[in-house]
Design a protein around this ligand. Structure first.
Ligand SMILES: Cc1cc2nc3c(=O)[nH]c(=O)nc-3n(C[C@H](O)[C@H](O)[C@H](O)COP(=O)(O)OP(=O)(O)OC[C@H]3O[C@@H](n4cnc5c(N)ncnc54)[C@H](O)[C@@H]3O)c2cc1C
Length: 431
C-alpha cells in the first residue's frame, strides 16, 4: 500500500453507465461510495449500447457478470450501399478477441445498466457495496465528488464550465424491431450476421442507418440519421411519447427496401437529440471530477460514449487504488485530467468526422484499400490499434512519475507501446 493512502468518502452524482462503473472501480479501490441519482430508472426505453474491447476489458477486470447483459458478440462491421444494401466495406472481427484479448459486445442499455448496478451494489465482490439513493435531492458532503450526471450535467456548471455547443446538422430517430416479427413476416433476418451494420455513410451526407443487434439477437436496435433540415428534434428528449412510424420513414425514399421493411415495423420510435460540444478546457476542479458525457459528450458515430465513461471510471479506480494513491487528491485528479482529456478529445473529434464519413469510423478506418476510401487527414484518423493497445496503467505510471519526479522507464508513451506502427503511418514514439 502506498504511504498516505486513506479511505475516501465519495459522492457520485448520476447513476447511469458511468456512475455505476465508477462506483464499481472505487469500491474495489477501498472507498465508500454513495451514488445520487435524479431518477429511478423506471420507464426507460431500450436501445443498444456497444462495448468494444477497450470497455469490455474493464468489465472483466471488475468481475462484472457480463452474461447478465445478454450481449451479442459482434463478428463484423458491415457498411452497405444506401440503395442496394450490397456490402461496400466490411471490417472482420474474427481475430478481434485474439488480437485484443476481449470481445466486442453489443448490449441492450437497460441490461448493461442493470449488470453494472448489481456489481456496484451487491455484497459479493471486492470492497464495500456502494449505496444508491434514487429520486434524490438533498445536500451532502464528501471527500471527492464525481460528476457522472450525463450530457446535461449540473456538476459541470458548478465547476464553472459553460459548454460551447451547437445543434448538430444531423437528426436521429431510434426504433426497435423484434427479430421474431422479422422472421414471422419473412423479412431478411439481419440478426444472423451478428454485425454492426450501416447503410450509407460514404456519400458525405448526414443520412445513415445503423443497425445493432442486442439481447442475444432478439432485438434489432436501429439508429436512423438524416439532415436536421428534414426533421428537427434538437429540443426533444428521449423518453417522451413515441413518434409515429411515418416520421421515421419519411426521410428515406431511396433507402434499400429490405431494411426499409424493417423500419416499417419499428416500435418505440424516439428522437435522440444531437448537440456538438467543443472539448471542455478542464474536467476537474478542487475535489470534483467529471466523468462520461458530463465531461465529454460526443456524437455517437464511433460507438465509444459508454466505453469512454468506463475508461474514465477505470482511471479513477487506478489513481485512487492502494498502489497509486498517496492521500493527495489534487495530484490524483491532475493525473486523471492529463490522461483522460487528450484521449477523449481525440475520440470526440473523430466521432464528429465519422458523422458524415464512415471511413473515419474505427475499424472502417483500416480499410484503406477500398476504392471508396477517403479520410480528411490520413495521419490523424482514429485507429482500432490505439483504442485497444492502450495500457492505462502505463499511462498513469508515466504521468505520476512526472508529478513525483521519479524515473519512468517503461517503453510506453501515453499508454501506447513505443514502436507500435498504426495503420495511419504514425509510429508511437517516432519523432
Ligand atoms: C439512445 C442512446 C444510444 C447510445 N448508443 C451508444 C452506443 O452504441 N455505444 C456507446 O458507447 N455509447 C452509446 N450511447 C452513449 C452512452 O449511452 C453514453 O455515452 C453513456 O451512457 C455515458 O454514460 P454517462 O454515465 O456519462 O451518462 P448517462 O448514462 O446518461 O447517465 C447519466 C445519469 O445521471 C442522471 N442525472 C442527470 N442529472 C442529474 C442530477 N442533477 N443529479 C443526479 N443524477 C442526475 C441521469 O438520470 C442518468 O441516470 C448512447 C446513448 C443514447 C441516449
Amino acid at each position: 500500500m502506498t504511504q498516505g493512502w486513506r479511505e475516501l468518502d465519495v459522492g457520485v452524482v448520476g447513476g447511469g453507465i458511468g456512475g455505476m462503473s465508477v462506483a464499481i472501480a472505487l469500491r474495489r479501490a477501498g472507498h465508500k461510495v454513495t451514488i445520487y441519482e435524479k431518477r429511478d430508472f423506471s420507464g426507460e426505453v431500450g436501445a443498444s449500447v456497444s462495448c468494444a474491447a477497450n470497455g469490455t476489458r474493464w468489465l472483466h477486470e471488475w468481475d462484472v457478470d457480463v452474461a447478465k447483459g445478454d450481449p451479442v458478440v459482434l463478428k463484423k462491421l458491415i457498411n452497405r450501399d444506401w440503395k442496394t444494401g450490397e456490402p461496400v466495406s466490411i471490417y472482420d472481427l474474427d481475430d478481434y478477441e485474439k488480437r485484443w484479448g476481449y470481445v466486442y459486445n453489443m448490449f441492450h442499455r437497460q441490461y448493461m445498466h442493470a449488470m453494472l448496478k448489481d456489481t456496484a451494489l451487491q455484497e459479493e465482490g471486492e470492497g464495500q457495496p456502494a449505496t444508491l439513493l434514487v429520486n434524490h435531492s438533498n445536500t451532502a458532503r464528501h471527500d471527492l465528488i464525481v460528476g457522472a450526471d450525463g450530457i446535461g450535467s449540473a456538476v459541470r456548471g458548478i465547476i464553472g464550465l459553460t459548454p460551447e455547443k451547437t445543434p448538430s446538422e444531423q437528426s436521429c430517430l431510434h426504433a426497435n424491431v423484434s427479430t421474431e416479427d422479422v422472421v414471422r413476416l419473412g423479412l431478411v433476418d439481419y440478426s444472423e450476421d451478428a454485425a454492426l451494420e450501416y447503410w450509407g455513410g460514404q456519400e458525405g451526407k448526414w443520412d445513415k442507418i445503423v443497425l445493432s443487434p442486442c439481447n442475444g439477437g432478439k432485438l434489432l436496435s436501429y439508429y436512423c440519421f438524416f439532415p436536421r433540415a428534414v426533421g428537427d428534434y434538437t429540443t426533444q428528449s428521449w423518453g417522451v411519447e413515441d413518434r409515429p412510424v411515418k416520421e421515421l420513414l419519411a426521410p428515406y425514399p431511396e433507402l434499400d427496401r429490405q431494411v426499409f421493411e424493417h423500419l416499417k415495423i419499428g416500435k418505440e420510435v424516439q428522437p435522440w437529440r444531437l448537440w456538438v460540444h467543443q472539448p471542455y478546457p478542464y474536467i476537474t476542479r478542487a475535489q470534483v471530477a467529471l466523468l462520461g458525457d458530463a465531461g465529454h459528450p460526443m456524437m455517437p458515430h464511433q460507438s465509444q460514449g459508454a466505453c469512454m465513461a468506463i475508461e474514465d471510471a477505470a482511471a479513477l479506480g487506478i489513481l485512487f487504488s492502494k498502489k497509486y494513491f498517496n492521500g493527495d487528491i489534487a495530484e490524483s485528479l491532475a493525473v486523471y485530467q492529463e490522461i483522460r482529456l487528450p484521449r477523449v478529445t481525440r475520440v470526440q473529434s473523430a466521432a464528429a468526422r465519422a458523422a458524415y464519413n464512415i471511413n473515419e469510423r474505427i475499424g472502417f478506418s483500416n480499410n484503406k484499400n477500398l476504392a471508396l476510401y477517403n479520410v480528411e487527414d490520413e495521419k490523424n484518423k482514429l485507429t482500432i490499434e490505439e483504442m485497444n493497445a492502450y495500457d492505462m496503467y502505463k499511462d498513469v505510471e508515466e504521468q505520476l512519475a512526472k508529478k513525483r519526479n521519479t524515473p519512468y522507464t517503461e517503453k510506453y508513451l501515453q499508454g501506447l507501446p513505443i514502436g507500435l506502427a498504426l495503420p495511419n503511418g504514425v509510429v508511437i514514439g517516432a519523432a
